[in-house]
Design a protein around this ligand. Structure first.
Ligand SMILES: Nc1ncnc2c1ncn2[C@@H]1O[C@H](COP(=O)(O)OP(=O)(O)O)[C@@H](O)[C@H]1O
Ligand SMILES: [Mg+2]
Length: 200
């Protein structure tokens, strides 16, 4: 697509040692902005796409590890400590969509915490047949008056945000027959809790 062409050309300029340093830095900024536009475009496309859920038995630890690898740059840049506790190894889910859910929630947490902050991913049973998945952080949390708003499309408090991350998460959660709620963490921070997940 045209964004790839812009990015590739800017990449060539950024690596061209005949150019002055300023020009190379300008090219690097073009690359960064192209990446941002591409990420936002992906969110819009994802949001408007109809969701056909294909459930199977998913090894949740693998999905968590994949998502953390994708986010490793953001995690390292902010020196975020990430912990995961998985007590129910297999759940019934559409793996691709589950990856998207975890990506959006974990990215939000990384963005919310301060440098050196903590993000936890917990999967635990709530009954003999069902599990709960939580993404927790020790950032500022969500003000009580925004508790419901945050799941609506285009609601964002982030200047560079699209406000679609949690709207997509909610679509995917509902398509699976799960539920999602925001719960304040103690002493501070956010908990996004997905419930009624079937253990596989
Ligand atoms: N972990 C979190 N801690 C605090 N606030 C959050 C967290 N996750 C989401 N939010 C709030 O919900 C809003 C909507 O999130 P989202 O739908 O992912 O859109 P975006 O990330 O583009 O702002 C955010 O702008 C922020 O105000
Ligand atoms: Mg987001």
């Amino acid at each position: 697509n045209p964004l790839n062409v812009i990015r590739a050309q800017a990449q060539l300029l950024a690596m061209d040692n005949r150019l002055p340093e300023e020009a190379k830095q300008a090219a690097t900024r073009i690359i960064e902005q192209v990446d941002r536009v591409a990420a936002q475009l992906n969110e819009f496309i994802n949001f408007s796409r109809p969701r056909q859920i294909r459930k199977g038995s998913v090894k949740i630890q693998n999905v968590i590890e994949e998502v953390l690898r994708t986010l490793s740059f953001d995690i390292e840049e902010k020196q975020v400590a990430v912990k995961s506790i998985v007590e129910t190894p297999h759940i019934e889910a559409d793996e691709q969509f589950l990856r998207q859910v975890l990506f959006n929630l974990i990215l939000n947490s990384i963005q919310a915490v301060s440098v050196g902050g903590l993000v936890e991913i917990i999967v635990r049973p709530s009954s003999a047949t069902e599990a709960i998945l939580e993404v927790r952080d020790n950032g500022p949390g969500v003000p009580p008056e925004y508790k419901e708003e945050i799941f609506k499309p285009y609601f964002t408090t982030n200047q560079k945000g699209t406000g679609l991350g949690l709207a997509i998460v909610r679509q995917i959660v509902l398509a699976h027959g799960w539920e999602i709620e925001y719960v304040p963490n103690t002493p501070t921070g956010a908990i996004f809790r997905i419930s009624h997940i079937k253990i596989a």
